[in-house]
Design a protein around this ligand. Structure first.
Ligand code: SF4
Length: 337
């Protein structure tokens, strides 16, 4: 799932760029992605650096854990119809391992609970991903990448052996027709398998899921959400299919169904802005609320709590481990903040 807008803006003015990017900058990247932002911030590309970025977990206003954020590559080689990333970055590229080591070493010194790897598609560059994983493993850091279902499926066992403690995946749908229509390239059976493994192994799961593909009906969405609920996802992110400008989806929808609302402030994945063949905007809004009510329930909170407790206890008995450094997650637990 694309988070290019938010994370691109977050780190775009700092991210390091490799020689290949520099060499082909004019022909390939002028006006695109972080290269454009670097220009706007009046920095030379050679001097841009990966920042130390953090996420924090709070308990009643007190910070109880800090996570480090790492970007190891930019862009994505896939062309999912709903996603702006291919348009935003064009070609994917890696960030230099030396620059990443500087950041990883800092996170090690800080004792972060985990390193969140926020590439659009971690593992796309096989060899580079292995180098990054070796680095994280060498420093004894747990890590949690944003990756594709098939990449996680292919690497699950070896990544688990080398510190994987959770993952964010763009499942997008459990309906194979919807996945195929969006050219997502996911196999819904692999999604089910991966979600089952993560539940079994008690590692944190974040799942991006889209409702309102053209094939969807109210009944199919309810069925799929109830199935997703069985996997006790720790951080489900349900979004309404939105035709973001410049995507292939936008053109498809404009040609075949029609855009209902051109006000871009509504394009935040919580509004149905196009004429869906089976579902009205009001019904879609209700379905989104219903989906979140189903997924953020007491059972999912309890499941997350058990995962954290299990991992903390495992940290106690693991040589070199630590009970307090197991990744915490409170997104689906009411802490009375
Ligand atoms: S895999 Fe698809 S949804 Fe994810 S970043 Fe790449 S193009 Fe976008």
């Amino acid at each position: 799932m694309s988070r290019s807008t938010e994370f691109g803006a977050l780190a775009g003015n700092y991210g390091a760029l490799d020689d290949c990017v520099l060499e082909h900058f004019d022909e390939c990247f002028t006006g695109w992605g972080e290269a454009r932002l670097a220009k706007e911030f009046d920095r030379t590309l050679e001097k841009v650096r990966h920042p130390f970025l953090h996420m924090n977990i709070y308990l009643k206003g007190l910070r109880v854990q800090r996570w480090g954020v790492l970007f190891t590559s930019r862009g994505c080689n896939k062309t999912c119809h709903f996603c702006q990333t291919p348009r935003f970055y064009r070609k994917p590229y890696q960030l230099p391992i030396d620059e990443l080591e500087r950041v990883v070493w800092q996170y090690k010194q800080e004792g972060v609970g985990q390193v969140i790897v926020l590439d659009e598609n971690f593992g796309h560059f096989d060899d580079a991903a292995t180098e990054v994983i070796d680095l994280l493993h060498y420093y004894g850091l747990k890590w949690n990448p944003l990756t594709r279902v098939e990449t996680l499926h292919r690497n699950y066992d070896s990544w688990m052996e080398r510190g994987l403690c959770g993952a964010s995946i763009g499942a997008e749908s459990l309906n194979q027709d919807s996945l195929d229509g969006a050219k997502k390239g996911n196999d819904s059976n692999q999604t089910r398998q991966v979600l089952g493994w993560m539940k079994r192994d008690r590692i944190l799961s974040q799942v991006f899921y889209i409702i309102g593909f053209e094939e969807d009906t109210e009944a199919s969405i309810r069925d799929n959400i109830l199935e997703l609920k069985e996997y006790r996802v720790d951080s489900p992110q349900i979004q309404i299919l939105t035709p973001y400008p410049k995507t292939i989806l936008y053109k498809n929808i404009e040609d075949n169904y029609g855009i209902l609302d051109h006000d871009l402030s509504k394009y935040d994945s919580t509004n149905l802005v196009w004429r869906h063949p089976n579902i009205s905007p009001e019904s879609m809004a209700k379905l989104l609320r219903w989906s979140n009510d189903q997924l953020f329930d007491i059972n999912s909170s309890f499941s997350t709590f058990k995962k954290i407790a299990f991992r903390s206890l495992a940290g106690l008995v693991t040589p070199g481990g630590s009970a307090t450094r197991s990744p915490l997650w409170a997104g689906n637990i009411d802490l009375g903040r």
